[in-house]
Design a protein around this ligand. Sequence first.
Ligand SMILES: *Cc1c(COP(=O)(O)O)cnc(C)c1O
Length: 455
Amino acid sequence: MVEDVTADVLDATTRYAASILAALPGRPVVPGGDVPTATDPLPVSGKGFAGALDLFARRWAPGFSASAGPRYLGFVTGGSTPAGIAGDWLAAVFDQNPAASDGSSASDLERETVRWLATMFGLGDAHAGAFVTGATMSNFVGLALAREWLGEQAGVSVADAGVAALGPVKVYSGAPHSSIHKALSMLGLGRDSLRPVPTLPDREAIDVARLAAELDGTPAIVVANAGTVNTADFDDLRALVELRSRTPFWLHVDAAFGGFAALSPSFAHLVDGLADADSICVDLHKWLNVPYDAAVQFTRRRDLQVKVFRNSAAYLGTPTENPDFVHLTPENSRRLRALATWFTLTTHGQDGHRRIVERTVDLAHRLGDLLADTPGVRLLAPVRLNVVCFTLADAPTPERVAEAARRIASSGDTFLTPTVYNGQPALRAAFSNWSTRPADLTTIHTAIANACKDL
Ligand SMILES: *Cc1c(COP(=O)(O)O)cnc(C)c1O
């Protein structure tokens, strides 16, 4: 009886999910029409699963975006490979809690997956890591380790004595992602601890000579970028590593999507030096194309990680050589989010994921070439990887650029997010979905060209 009900629920869901995924490429990228108001009362007596699925399909699903589909180019938004979806579904089916290793091999699956990722990003054995929910939490963990390291330099334990024991902290970065500010706020270091470092002309990459001039020998934190969201620019990691050998700082690299450059011999030079970073952030729900939410954090100083995140309780044991994840991440109980990654890496291999990276980069270059010849638009930066950054050729005021974004979205054919680059209102198209094909480019380009033409 229970088995029958379970099988019926899963069968109905499989059929529904398959129909949604089959229709995804043709679905309006951003839905038009009315959004339901969130006011239905709590169902006191249940409608049964068929009733729930029917209500969801009618009331909520039509308002969901096609962000998992091939033509959604806003933010940096991957979709999910079918293997990733299956892994994610099985994570719920087995419903493991890889906080601790007792009685389940789930933690070992996560360890294996983290090791695969370290290999894929060229990090070797020096880095250990763990799954977290996204690049924001991965940056948070990396900066928490940086904070503890600053304590070590000053002879205090921040984990025990609190951040006040540290005094003022200086965090240097060229073009930090917004999540760095948020992480500094959460960590008690404060948003004001961030010192912007000048970038190279027409670049979002740190001017390393200017950074060297700012550092005075007091231990500090440097947040480097491997892939900025506006123009996919990369700091010169090798030069930063060399600088660190002369003056003390913790080098954290936000490689949320740019880390994937390591997969292709054509782009791997962009992340040369990554393995020498002290901590590294890589998102997985973007370019790896696993479902939200998943990212990985790496560090060479797991001892500091245990100091910060140690969760001591009699029944959890003390951290050992090979600490349980409960002692490594902000969460205690946690989902086996490594399983989606394990499935997609096992199904497609490093080669399959390299091909996704190379294909999406190629598409970005092609769109860049098309836009270079499109009246009414102007490229703002060369296409370095998977992001195309452009603006209106005439009077790119914030209002007009926002209007262009609205028109593009209302076409239903693609979705781009506005930004400000170098003080100029701009639009950016980021390619990271496994299913985007060259045929999609015509639709995408036409939507952009039409929206910008008679503005
Ligand atoms: C997306 C992104 C983040 C934040 O990632 P979330 O997954 O949204 O937490 C941080 N840094 C960079 C460079 C990003 O692209």
